[in-house]
Design a protein around this ligand. Structure first.
Ligand code: GLY
Ligand code: MN
Ligand code: MN
Length: 443
């Protein structure tokens, strides 16, 4: 859990950045229908969560820096949220209500969400800039325009309407990019849960099982530890491991094939993101092992680049270099490393980037480039390192023995002042260790 005072500190920080004549408006995630009257599991909007820790739908945060109409001069955090309603709460569970928003969530004031049309225009009045995520939620965009127009209608009578509308993403997401100590604690926990689940899946896998049975092992372990999947797990045996976003998870696992599992746990809204690839029968074939060793070497070369001051692109370049050199050595590419990199021939076998920011979102927010150039890594950033090699089952001009092999190894890494911290090291990626773990599970 993150303490209310950390959420308050984030709100203050954002208010300081946007300035005294601004207002910032952040809505909670809407509930989404899955079918008929049945909802998807509710997941709070990551930005809203980052600023409030408030898990209910039907809520709007308004941050009003500087001197406010109620006379506070150090800014106010106002939450519009659902009112207490004992009858509804008997069906849906407890609500914080306005009192709870102040006492448990550290808001300066709170109002019923039903009163927002009457109250929020008065808070927008007199502010020159509105910070908001335009275009993310069309329904909410229209509401916001309505509130601003209410203020505009009063301009003749002396009201001042905002004249600048600023995208909130850039500022807020730069804050989210740097994880605090408390956030890192949760991310290590999400990573630990996912590691245990991957180990469980490795131990359980046998030829003849179905992919969904292995998926069940992962989900069982996530839920056992109070986590959920941070994205739909990919459990792909054999050629399915070559499908980057494979989600069917319904094929039988064959003796002699590899199994690629890309699955992460989300704990208290923080994601982990792990991929392991291992032999269904517990032993790598020589071809599988040769390709696996290249991917692992690429990952190690990439992780060595995760240091403060290195450009974000450096670790991808290191992975590409190792993969290209490895594929040339095995005869899958021809010519020099430089030429193959220049002509991007490796793209046929390694077609994605080596990783992304990780945090409240699996593909977390934050700019990768500043003024067109890759930004430098700084302590507190968290990213994934996930090189792979995928030889399509119908790859022409490739010897048959390599075809249909898909391998990815993905770990989560914290940028520190010194050595990179791999927070997902508790599930082995060394092929000998994987074989030993699987052999021990078969005794
Ligand atoms: N699981 C999504 C990714 O690896 O980026
Ligand atoms: Mn990833
Ligand atoms: Mn992944």
């Amino acid at each position: 859990m993150i303490e209310p005072r950390e959420f308050a500190r984030r709100r203050k920080q954002l208010m300081r950045i946007i300035g005294d004549d601004a207002i910032c408006i952040v809505p909670a995630a809407p509930e989404r229908i899955r079918n008929n009257d049945n909802h998807y599991p509710y997941r709070q909007d990551s930005d809203f969560h980052y600023l409030t820790g408030f898990a209910e739908p039907d809520a709007v945060l308004a941050l009003i820096p500087g001197r406010t109409i109620s006379g506070r001069d150090r800014g106010e955090a106002i939450l519009f949220c659902r009112e207490r309603d004992l009858e509804r709460e008997a069906w849906d569970g407890p609500r914080a209500g306005q009192e709870g928003a102040v006492s448990a969530y550290g808001m300066d004031d709170a109002f019923p969400i039903g009163d927002i049309d009457d109250i929020l225009p008065g808070m927008i009045e007199g502010r020159s800039r509105v910070y908001y995520h335009f275009g993310r939620d069309a329904e909410f965009d229209i509401k916001l325009i309505g509130w601003v127009n209410r203020v505009r209608a009063l301009v003749k009578r002396g009201a001042r309407a905002p004249h600048e509308f600023v995208a909130l993403g850039h500022i807020l997401h730069d804050l989210r990019l740097f994880k605090t100590r408390d956030e890192l604690r949760l991310m290590r926990k999400a990573a630990k849960i996912a590691c245990a689940a991957h180990v469980r899946a490795m131990r359980a896998t046998r030829p003849g099982m179905n992919e969904h049975e292995v998926e069940a092992e992962l989900l069982h372990d996530f839920r056992r530890h109070g986590a959920v999947a941070s994205y739909e797990p990919i459990v792909g045996g054999g050629v399915n491991g070559c499908v980057l976003h494979y989600r069917a998870n319904n094929a039988v696992l064959n003796d002699g094939d590899l199994l690629l599992i890309d699955a992460g746990a989300e704990y208290d809204c923080y994601a982990s993101d792990i991929t392991r690839t291992f032999p269904v029968n517990g032993r790598f074939s020589p071809e599988q092992r040769a390709l696996y060793d290249i991917v692992l070497a690429a990952q190690r070369a990439a992780i060595a680049q995760i240091r403060p001051g290195k450009a974000f692109g450096a670790y991808h370049d290191a992975a590409v270099h190792t993969i290209t050199a490895g594929l040339i050595k095995l005869g899958l590419l021809k010519g020099s490393v430089d030429k193959n990199i220049r002509e991007q021939t490796y793209h046929r076998f390694y077609m994605h980037k080596t990783g992304h920011w990780l945090g409240l979102d699996v593909h977390d927010v934050g700019d990768y480039r500043v003024d067109g150039e890759f930004r430098e890594l700084e302590p507190g950033m968290v990213l994934t390192v996930e090189p792979g090699i995928y030889i399509a089952p119908d790859a022409k001009s490739v010897a048959a023995k390599w075809r249909g092999i898909g391998i990815r190894i993905e770990d989560d890494v914290v940028v520190t002042r010194g050595e990179p911290e791999v927070i997902t090291a508790a599930v082995p990626n060394d092929p000998d260790e994987i074989e030993a773990l699987m052999a021990a599970a078969r005794k």
